[in-house]
Design a protein around this ligand. Structure first.
Ligand code: LLP
Length: 404
C-alpha cells in the first residue's frame, strides 16, 4: 500500500477506483502481501523445515485458503466447518491439524474419516471420545496432546491461552498420566505434543519457557513424540507496538531443541500470515461536530470489525486522498451501530476530512471478517482480493432479504 500524488494505492490499483466498483464496506486483501508474509515466516524458520498450518480461524475465506494452500501451507482447524473449508480449498488433509477444547463426536468422526494428520486433544474426556470413535469406525486415530504449560504470554489478557486459569490443554501431570495410559492403545496413537499459549505475542521469552515445559514432559515421560506443535501467536506490527518478536532467538532455541529431541516442528500461525494483507474499505457517511470532538461516522461498524470494541485493539486509519490541512481536534472514528463501543479509533489530530470521503482501516486480514456479524441487521462486508493487477470478488455480497 502506498500513496502516489496523494492518492492511495493497493498493489498499484487506486483504492478510490476499487471502491467505485465494489462499494463499501468491503474487505480487500493483497495477494502480494500474503505471499510476502508467508515467505517471511518461512525464512524466519527455514533451518527448522517445519510444517506450517495456517490457523483458519484468522481468515476462512475459501479463495484465501486456496492461495495459502498453493503456497505450500497446511491448516489448523477448530471445527467441522473450518475443516470443510480447508478441504474445499484443496488443502492436503495430511497437512491438517484439528485443535479445540470442545470437539463433538460428530466432528471427531468426520475428521478421522478424512485422514487428517492429527487431532490435538485437550482433555481426558476427549481422548475417551476419540477412542470410542476409533472403535466404532475400526481405525486407529493419530492424536496430539495439548499441553497447557502455565506460561504467561504477556499479551492482551483476553487472548492468553497457556495459563492454568485458562480452559485450554492439559497440565503436566495429566499429559504424563495420559502418555502412560494410552501409549500402547490400539485406538489412539500419540504422535504429537502441542501447545498454543496466546496471540499477538511480541516477546520470545514466553515461547522459551514453553519449550522448557515441553522438554520437561519429554524427559519425564521418556516418550518419543514424532511431532511438536508449537502453535501460533506471533505478533504483528499494528503501528503501536514497542517491540516485536525476536524470531532469530526463538528459531535458535527451537533448533537446539530439535537437535536434542529429533522431532518435526509444526506451527499454527494465523495473524502473522494474513493480518497485514487485509484492509477494510469504508466511507464517511456524516461528520458530526461537537465542541470537543469531530465524530467521523463511517459506513462500517463493530459488526464488520470487532477487534477495537472487543479488545480495545488499535488499527491504523488512513484516508484515500491525502491532504496537507491538519485539524487539531479529537477525531473519533465511529460506526453506525447503536453501541458506544462502536468506535474504531480516537486521535488528537487528523487531516481535513469531508463527508463522502473514502477511508481505509489497516491490518484487518486476521480476525476481521471472521468475527463479523449482522448485528443491527446490517449487511456484512463482502470480500475481494487484488492479485496480478486484477481485483476479484471472493465472497458474495449479502442480500437483506436473505438475512431477514
Ligand atoms: N492455534 C490455536 C490453537 C489457536 O487457538 C490460535 C488462535 C492460533 C493457532 C493462531 O494464533 P495467531 O497466530 O493468529 O495469533 N480474536 C483474537 C485472536 C484470538 C486467537 C485465538 N487463537 C484477536 O482478534 O486478536
Amino acid at each position: 500500500m502506498n500513496y502516489s500524488k496523494n492518492k492511495l494505492f493497493i498493489d498499484n490499483i487506486a483504492v478510490d477506483k476499487i471502491i467505485k466498483r465494489f462499494g463499501t464496506p468491503t474487505y480487500c486483501y493483497s495477494y502480494n502481501q500474503l505471499k510476502k508474509n508467508i515467505f517471511n515466516f518461512e525464512k524466519n524458520f527455514n533451518k527448522l523445515n517445519p510444517l506450517i498450518c495456517f490457523a483458519v480461524k484468522a481468515n476462512n475465506n475459501v479463495k484465501i485458503l486456496n492461495e495459502i494452500g498453493k503456497l505450500g501451507l497446511g491448516a489448523d482447524v477448530v471445527s467441522k466447518g473450518e475443516l470443510m473449508a480447508a478441504l474445499k480449498s484443496n488443502i492436503n488433509p495430511r497437512k491438517i491439524v484439528f485443535s479445540g477444547v470442545g470437539k463433538t463426536s460428530n466432528e471427531i468422526e468426520f475428521a478421522a474419516k478424512k485422514n487428517i494428520l492429527l487431532i490435538n486433544a485437550e482433555s481426558k474426556s476427549e481422548i475417551k471420545a476419540i477412542s470410542k470413535i476409533s472403535n466404532k469406525i475400526s481405525k486407529s486415530i493419530d492424536i496430539g496432546l495439548r499441553l497447557n504449560p502455565n506460561v504467561d504470554a504477556k499479551t492482551i489478557k483476553e487472548i492468553t491461552t497457556g495459563k492454568n486459569s485458562n480452559k485450554f490443554g492439559l497440565n503436566e501431570k495429566e499429559v504424563l498420566d495420559l502418555v502412560k495410559e494410552y501409549k500402547n492403545s490400539k485406538f489412539v496413537n500419540i504422535k504429537c505434543l502441542s501447545v498454543h499459549i496466546g496471540s499477538q505475542i511480541t516477546s520470545h521469552t514466553p515461547y522459551l519457557r514453553t519449550l522448557n515445559a515441553i522438554q520437561k514432559i519429554i524427559d519425564k515421560s521418556k516418550f518419543r513424540f514424532e511431532y511438536v506443535d508449537l502453535g501460533g501467536g506471533m505478533g504483528i506490527n499494528y503501528g503501536q507496538e514497542n517491540k516485536l518478536l525476536n524470531y532469530k532467538k526463538y528459531s535458535q532455541h527451537i533448533s537446539k531443541f530439535i537437535k536434542k529431541n529429533k522431532v518435526k516442528i509444526i506451527f499454527e500461525p494465523g495473524r502473522s500470515i494474513i493480518g497485514s494483507a487485509g484492509y477494510l474499505l469504508t466511507k464517511i457517511i456524516y461528520i458530526k461536530k461537537t465542541n470537543k470532538i469531530n465524530f467521523i461516522i463511517l459506513d462500517s461498524g463493530m459488526n464488520d470489525l470487532m477487534r477495537p470494541a472487543l479488545y480495545k485493539a488499535y488499527h491504523r486509519i488512513i484516508p484515500c486522498k491525502k491532504s496537507k490541512t491538519k485539524i487539531s481536534k479529537i477525531h473519533d472514528f465511529v460506526g453506525p451501530i447503536c453501541e458506544t463501543t462502536d468506535k474504531f479509533l480516537s486521535v488528537k489530530t487528523f487531516q481535513k476530512l469531508n463527508e463522502g470521503d473514502n477511508i481505509v482501516i489497516c491490518d484487518v486480514g486476521a480476525y476481521g471478517k471472521v468475527l463479523s456479524s449482522n448485528y443491527n441487521l446490517r449487511i456484512g462486508a463482502s470480500e475481494i482480493i487484488v492479485k496480478n493487477s486484477k481485483v476479484l470478488r471472493i465472497r458474495k455480497k449479502e442480500n437483506l432479504n436473505n438475512i431477514i
